[in-house]
Design a protein around this ligand. Structure first.
Ligand SMILES: [Zn+2]
Length: 254
């Protein structure tokens, strides 16, 4: 249990513990409402079992370099927002980390092992969630006081997405390039921007298949090649064409 956190220092939403820290009451309220909203959407996509899989702390550190899910005991999500009242950035950061959470919930031994693929998944998924939250904004409690905020979610999506122009998918890589990309993918997001945008358009085209993405850990090859066995994955699922389309982001190793 979360014995190190004292009563009064956190707000509990299901199995998520929001650590209040330096946040004021408006920032805490913003974070609670967005977490409840995202938790609803994520539970619909991945199931309640996945989203209530384990205890997780959530805190904001405006001085930290990047948001992150830490595999500590209990696990924790660090946000790096100047303020959690910047709701579009909050949705974007938190949904990326909750995607890591869902992947881990489905397979604790293999999550995070194949960094390149997982990062592309979480980046495209958080963009996808910006669109979904914009479309369903009236379901968020904050819409009562900010009824027109859906426009800001959508414009944040548009400005983030537009960065991908001029990039193309890496269809071939040497083993060295592939191994390097797997360790550098978080610092070199530009390097897989076309792959990210490809996944995003898939998610938008097939929203009812998106639940499939957290299964990828079950098909990582056992031979240390850091490759996913997409043939086996397609064989085992009803979402065959979706999985085939996902496989485009895995380069051929030459
Ligand atoms: Zn990530």
């Amino acid at each position: 249990m979360v014995s190190i956190i004292q009563e009064g220092e956190y707000e509990k939403i299901n199995n998520f513990y929001i650590i209040k820290g330096q946040m004021d009451s408006i920032e805490i309220h913003s974070l609670i409402c967005i977490l409840e909203f995202l938790n609803k959407i994520f539970s619909e996509i991945f199931s309640k079992d996945i989203m209530q899989n384990e205890i997780c702390k959530i805190y904001n550190d405006p001085t930290a370099t990047c948001p992150m899910l830490f595999y500590t005991e209990p696990i924790s999500i660090r946000l790096t927002l100047e303020s959690t009242t910047f709701l579009n950035q909050l949705v974007y950061q938190l949904s990326h980390e909750l995607c890591h959470y869902a992947i881990r919930a489905n397979n604790k031994n293999m999550s995070g092992k194949l960094k390149r693929f997982e990062e592309i998944l979480c980046e495209s998924f958080s963009l996808y969630i910006l669109v979904v939250t914009s479309q369903r904004w009236q379901e968020c409690k904050l819409s009562e006081t900010k009824p027109g905020y859906d426009k800001y979610l959508m414009s944040y999506f548009t400005s983030t997405y537009a960065n991908g122009e001029g990039h193309s998918i890496n269809s071939k890589m040497t083993p060295e390039e592939y191994i390097n990309d797997n360790s550098n993918c978080e610092s070199n997001r530009e390097g897989h921007i076309a792959e990210r945008n490809h996944m995003l358009s898939l998610f938008r085209e097939y929203p009812d298949k998106v639940t499939e993405i957290i299964q990828y850990t079950n098909y990582i090859k056992k031979d240390k090649s850091l490759l996913i066995d997409f043939d086996l994955w397609s064989l085992n699922t009803i979402n065959k064409s979706f999985v085939k389309a996902l496989s485009v982001v895995q380069p051929q190793i030459v």
